[in-house]
Design a protein around this ligand. Sequence first.
Ligand code: DMJ
Length: 621
Amino acid sequence: MTTPALLPLSAAGYPPWRTLRLSEKFILLLILSAFITLCFGAFFFLPDNSKHKRFDLGLEGRAHPSHRHTQGGEHRHREEEESLRDKIRADHERALQEAKEKLRKSREELQAEIQTEKNKVMEDLKKKDPGPKPLPPVPMPKVVGVSDGEPPEPDVKEKRDKIREMMKHAWDSYRQYGWGHNELKPLAKKGHSTNIFGNSQLGASIVDALDTLYIMGLHEEFKDGQEWIEQNLDFGVNAEVSVFEVNIRFIGGLLAAYYLSGQEVFKLKAVQLAEKLLPAFNTPTGIPWAMVNLKSGVGRNWGWASAGSSILAEFGTLHMEFVHLTYLTGNPAYYQKVMHIRKLLAKMDRPNGLYPNYLNPRTGRWGQHHTSVGGLGDSFYEYLLKAWLMSDKTDSEARKTYDDAIEAIERHLIRKSNGGLTFIGEWKNGHLERKMGHLACFAGGMFALGADGSPDDKAGHYLQLGAEIAHTCHESYDRTVLKLGPEAFKFDSGLEAVAVRQNEKYYILRPEVIETYWYMWRFTHDPKYRQWGWEAAQAIDKYCRVSGGFSGVKDVYSSNPTYDDVQQSFFLAETLKYLYLLFSSDDLMPLESWVFNTEAHPLPVLHLGNITLPGSEPAQR
Ligand code: DMJ
């Protein structure tokens, strides 16, 4: 029998919900789910405080109906609320009291408290992150002649003391007004930042000055700098820096500080920084970009460089530091990078045997045919010679490349003026510009340093050439009002070693002329070099010294010069170091044991003997 269609199903013995039609069931389900949603919503969407108060204030017990609805319960509820209010009041009073006490404390006490907190955080961080692994031990090169050097003559000693006092003034001023910044503005008495280090505060002056402080025996100051480096020098910053400048000032400075003092921290920091520079070499040719962002590793070239090129003096001034990095870490990457650059250059055609200053890192082609021993070219030649010296004269490939390059330079760039002054001009597309830069004055010292070991018995010739350049550069100083040299000087239309353009008349505390005096002094002991060095030191002290440090001057031909308000970090690294060495005896930093990088940071000669650098061919004698 079939069930009649209109008979209610409940009547047929089914439970009532089963008797509903499908559409009715659906509506019922909808109402049910709306109800459930409402319940959840009530809980989640109520304002936060109405939900939390109960829990935060510890009142959840009071919400229980058995408490709420009895009289005793209500009384207890009031008591608990009262005690809670007391507790909150007491907490507020305590906080107020603490704040008042803080305000009563002196600035120093507060600073000390902040410092303690900071140290605690640092300690905790250190515990969590044990930091970089210690580097593998390598034989420490023999470190000789790093202190003393007191000259026997009292008048020379007096001059040396004066230079040391100038260093103290430069350092103390930076310590007081620019500490942690890259450089100092000695007139504004505040930190100075340059684009070569991005917008960072990497303490360039501290790192650059360390070895000078050490050599001068300023150990308290050295310790101060070391502490800053230990606690603050961090290379994970978002700053686009010059690979060259960071290499010569920071890596060179840290390595020199390590070799002089034996303090591991300097080696570790140098290696950490070098790692940050490596992405700059990721170009189609392996010729590095001029700049790299320390955080992202993205590299690029200077906007002003010919056809997007990298600069010879920049990618060609890495060898010394990078060889030491491989030596100290056992990591072949550094050595391989610089050797790759050398090999690539060796394969290229050179117009008239000269190296142009510009090379495109994408195409591997030369940019503008412009060659100079001053800016853009200078330290490339210097590092060829010094690679040979630093290898204990075993890197004969470097020596040969240097000799060939210098021969071409002498043929095309070096001339005698009508007045008999030897100068180094600039070669521009087959034409010689009869202008010499202050930067090119370093070459006098380089020729003298390279004299021993030069081919065809030309040692005497190169020592003589060094002396002639020293003389010319001295003339460029002597022909000014301030007795300080201009940035560039001409040998044209009756002009002899003088600047013509206003924007070439400045002196920014540069070291090159004094550097050459020092090398010439070491090789000849001709007293005129000490005399010339003293003239320069006196002029610097007279015209560049201000109460907040030392400043460059804008016009060396004016008796009333204006300041540029920058104390360059190389003034502490180089100018004052070379002056100090000039008035010291030769057993301080002997040239048989030390090779100075282009920022005057001394690195020891590596007597590799039968040790082979990782990534290199066995040394050839
Ligand atoms: C220094 O940073 C180095 O000597 C570099 O090689 C060229 N110029 C400056 C100082 O003038």
